[in-house]
Design a protein around this ligand. Structure first.
Ligand code: A2P
Length: 290
């Protein structure tokens, strides 16, 4: 079964979860139900911007697994940054998810307005104090964004969820996060949902068909996706592979019966080429409030 990681909030998070970006409400409901009921997942990662919190909510309502046994993450969209707007957006997410608390509430992007960002963080700190989010954190924060929160004083994020895979291992973010007890979560852990990438400077991604990964997969009689997921787990990262297909959802959690060797891990480390599938956080301003 999936190991837990203890966050600086004192709560625990299953190290492997299901991502649902780009899935419709119906696809999400099905995928989450299958993941929880059939495949044994206990961690679901959604976002207001994905437009599928209701699908997650329907799955949570339909499963017989108790709410407290499932770790639910959602994220504050860019257009809701600011103090009052963040508090309101959090209530909307709770309603759509049909739950009275969130396990982990994240700022989706830092954007480029540090003052507004700090007011947003004030709101997340208040939400954490109220207990309606068991933990709060951030996504796509570079070390300079984390430093803003360190300099502010007060609550630090429990996690920083960033694009992270063997092409983009994010060593600078990982060491900054480690210094402050912040766990790192990998998004697009398999290289993302689109081969072409979606950021202004992103590169085509081919990790799932990479010959280095394939060779290691053959060595273990596992799939490329399973090898990539093990690389994240053995690097101490929280990993949320996305799929809406039952067989892949099941395959992606069937990774606790083998281990990558030090040689395997170092071969995968040679794939670092800095290529992103998404936007660099410093060039992301979609939906920014004016
Ligand atoms: P699908 O939902 O159609 O299965 P990410 O890196 O963001 O987690 O994206 C994973 C992408 O790879 C998704 O497009 C997903 O598509 C696909 N995928 C997920 N699991 C597997 C797998 N085990 N084998 C092949 N493709 C996968």
């Amino acid at each position: 079964t999936t190991p837990d990681i203890t966050l600086n909030s004192g709560t625990t998070i299953p190290q492997l979860g299901l991502g649902v970006w780009q899935a419709t409400n119906d696809e999400t409901e099905h995928a989450v139900r299958f993941a929880i009921d059939e495949a044994g997942y206990r961690h679901i990662d959604t976002a207001a911007a994905y437009g599928n919190e209701e699908g997650v909510g329907r799955a949570l309502a339909g499963t017989s697994v108790p709410r407290e046994d499932i770790f639910v993450t959602t994220k504050l969209w860019n257009s809701d940054q600011g103090y009052e707007s963040a508090l309101k957006a959090f209530d909307t997410s709770l309603a759509k998810l049909g739950t009275d608390y969130i396990d982990l509430y994240l700022i989706h992007w830092p954007l480029q307005d540090n003052d507004r960002l700090l007011r947003t963080w004030d709101a997340l700190e208040k939400i954490a104090e109220s207990g309606r989010a068991k933990a709060v954190g951030v996504c796509n924060f570079e070390p300079h964004h984390l430093q803003l929160l360190v300099d502010r004083g007060g609550l630090l994020p429990a996690v920083d969820q960033v694009e992270l895979h063997p092409n983009l291992p994010q060593h600078a973010i990982r060491s900054a996060a480690a210094e402050h007890g912040i766990a790192v979560e990998s998004w697009s852990p398999l290289g993302g949902t689109s081969n072409a990438g979606w950021g202004p400077n992103s590169k085509p991604n081919t990790l799932l068909t990479d010959p280095v990964i394939d060779r290691i997969a053959d060595r273990h009689s596992k799939s490329a996706a399973q090898v990539l997921i093990r690389w994240h787990l053995q690097n101490g990262l929280i990993v949320i592979p996305k799929s809406v297909h039952d067989a892949r959802i099941a395959q992606n959690i069937d990774v606790f019966d083998f281990e990558l060797s030090d040689l395997d891990l170092s071969e995968i480390d040679t794939l670092d080429n800095g290529n992103r599938v998404g936007a660099h956080p410093d060039e992301m301003n979609i939906g920014a409030p004016s």
